[in-house]
Design a protein around this ligand. Structure first.
Ligand SMILES: [Zn+2]
Length: 614
């Protein structure tokens, strides 16, 4: 018989401790201290108590717990002296069936790791979905973590111990995050589409309107149709749009047209002023950076799809429609345009973008037509939404930072999105012979840009919470024996308020002019994006807070350092975001980006709570 929370809450202290036996390897004190917080309303609340229990322990107690763990594929496994839990986990990960080479490699890693950190390597080998990492993934994680700083790695070991306990807890309670698994699998499937040059290397890259991008559109549409959306289509900038009708709309449209109807956004007549005609807008982007992660953006499309699927299966309609948009473009990778997808909905599509060319010289307008889109400004202008017909915009996103991961919290409520501005530019000097041009006679464009890069670092640090990055730095047509005559670069500046960002930008641009003047160089600069800080609408933020609290979790409020589609929608309607914890210190824009099916499930449930409370 699986354990229930009622049983655990009602049990005498010794009995409760026995019920959770084996959760933390040879260390019942972690559970014992957490049990003082009974009763627990949810499993998530119990887990939070466990996180707090371990966080409050002394350093020696924490190290004792870490050292109570067996080595992976170590002597204890070979001698068959592991706990029942560890035996199951290690054999499920295939560690009992290593090849002699793998076994030797693991022994070497165990020895190196122990020598460096003084405790055994701990990894939740059942992985983010609970179904088990491959031996290759385990060895790769081992090698990667060997390079971590000692203090960081101790915390990472504790996080893995909590993850192991989370899965063991699910086994005890007979609870699987089936919903989370399902949505996790959707991400895996969508990540099979990747641009040429990256796919071959197993990397994920999906840029605007490539074949892989169009394959993603088709897959998202199919997912929406299967999930019971009433209208599914691709709009004029390539966004995938699905609408689940309100009770009122569904009643009016007896037998709504299935499948191919392209949602027309604001232009289609509908009775205004009644709640039934109102919609909640939500979604995020499905394009990626180069060699990016599987969850950035996509989580914010799949989570509401999962909610609609549950409504549809239950035969339920809400008093408002749900419009889920998979935004075609947010990352600004192929063209010098960002938020192209969400910008079209707010009427901020820049007409000049259509004539922009990508690295292969393909104009955006031609790329659109090749992808079957009209490629006209009229069609794009028609996508503009009438804010009066929307309740607001909510977006779910992976945090892309370390905060929730460090706190041991699955969800966080966003208070505001940082203001940002981007430029691309070029410094122009004189290409000349590297051997014959004396140092005092050079007009070296790359040295000027390097000087600016160092200034960026120092100026942003001065604010404390500003960030500045030069992510692109390139000498076009450069050569080993030529003084750089040109140097192309980018600027990405962000700060919590518009005024702070403006001051940062002013100083950086002034410094660029000063550097160029001193060195006798010219420069060009193009501002490609500017976005105001986007504070969450208080009533919408409060809805997310209630949803998180309803799961038995503490409400953690945090700003967003990254830009999101919500900051575009912010220009026309109230918005608020929910963050989901990322594994591996919340790393993002990186293939190591990861989140667990447990966290995804909590996120779906939070979204559902928000829908039901509207
Ligand atoms: Zn994103």
């Amino acid at each position: 018989m699986a354990l229930t929370l009622d049983q655990l809450n009602a049990a005498a202290p010794d009995e409760a401790l026995r019920l959770l036996d084996g959760l933390y390897e040879h260390s019942p004190w972690v559970v014992q201290r957490a049990l003082a917080q009974r009763p627990f309303a949810t499993l998530a609340a119990l887990q939070w108590a466990l996180v707090q229990s371990l966080a409050a322990a002394t350093r020696d107690e924490q190290l004792g717990l870490i050292r109570a763990h067996p080595e992976l594929a170590g002597k204890a496994m070979v001698a068959n002296t592991l706990t029942a839990e560890s035996t199951g986990e290690q054999s499920r990960a295939g560690l009992t069936h290593c090849t002699p080479d793998e076994f030797a490699q693991l022994q070497r890693l165990n020895a190196d790791y122990n020598a460096r950190f003084g405790f055994p390597f701990i990894l939740a080998v059942r992985g983010p979905r609970g179904s088990g990492l491959t031996r290759q993934q385990i060895i790769a994680a081992f090698e990667r973590r060997l390079g971590n700083p000692v203090d960081f790695e101790r915390e990472e070991a504790l996080r893995n111990i909590h993850r192991i306990a989370e899965i063991r807890l699910g086994d005890k309670f007979g609870v699987e995050p089936e919903l989370g698994h399902r949505v996790w699998d959707w991400h895996e499937a969508l990540a099979q589409h990747s641009d040429p040059g990256f796919k071959e290397q197993g990397q994920l890259t999906v840029t605007y309107l490539t074949d892989a991008h169009q394959a993603c559109q088709r897959e998202l549409m199919a997912r929406m149709r299967e999930s019971g959306f009433d209208e599914v289509g691709i709009d004029a900038v390539g966004n995938v749009v699905g609408v689940y009708h309100s009770a009122q709309e569904a009643g009016f449209a007896a037998g709504p047209p299935q499948g191919e109807t392209a949602p027309s956004g604001g232009s289609e007549p509908r009775e205004a002023g009644s709640v039934g005609a109102m919609r909640l807008l939500t979604g995020s982007h499905f394009d990626t950076v180069r060699n990016g992660g599987k969850y950035d953006g996509r989580l914010g499309i799949f989570v509401p799809i999962a909610c609609v699927e549950r409504l549809h299966r239950a035969g339920r309609r809400l008093p408002f429609g749900i419009e889920v948009v998979g935004f075609a473009e947010e990352e600004g990778q192929r063209y010098k345009a960002t938020f192209l997808g969400s910008g079209a909905l707010t009427g901020h599509f820049n007409p000049a973008w259509l004539d922009q060319t990508d690295a292969d010289g393909i104009r955006m307008q031609d790329a659109m037509r090749a992808a079957g889109l009209p490629g006209t400004l009229d069609a794009i202008a028609a996508l503009r939404r009438d804010p009066a017909r929307y309740l607001g915009f909510v977006e779910v996103h992976i945090e892309q930072g370390p905060v929730l991961n460090e706190m041991g919290l699955p969800l966080g409520v966003v208070t505001s999105i940082n203001a940002s501005v981007r430029h691309v530019g070029e410094v122009i000097g004189m290409a000349s012979h590297a051997g014959t041009t004396p140092m005092d006679r050079r007009r070296d464009a790359a040295c000027a840009v390097a000087e600016l890069a160092l200034y960026l670092e120092q100026r942003a640090a001065q604010d404390g919470d500003s960030v500045a990055t030069m992510g692109l730095l390139q000498v076009p047509g450069g050569s080993i024996n030529v003084v750089p005559g040109r140097c192309a670069f980018s600027l990405d500046l962000r700060a919590p308020t518009d005024a702070q960002r403006d001051a940062l930008e002013r100083d950086v641009l002034a410094q660029l002019s000063a550097i160029c003047e001193r060195r006798g160089l010219g420069h060009r600069l193009e501002r490609t994006m500017i976005a105001a800080a986007a504070p969450s609408a208080p009533d919408w933020q409060a809805r997310w807070e209630r949803a998180v609290a309803a799961l038995g979790l503490p409400v953690h409020r945090m700003p967003s350092g990254a830009g999101h589609d919500a900051m575009k929608l912010h220009e026309v309607m109230p918005q608020a975001m929910l963050f989901v914890r990322g594994e591996n210190s919340g790393i993002s824009h990186n293939p190591l980006e990861s989140t667990t099916s447990h966290d995804i499930e909590l996120c779906v449930l939070a979204f559902e709570h928000l829908l039901n409370g509207l």
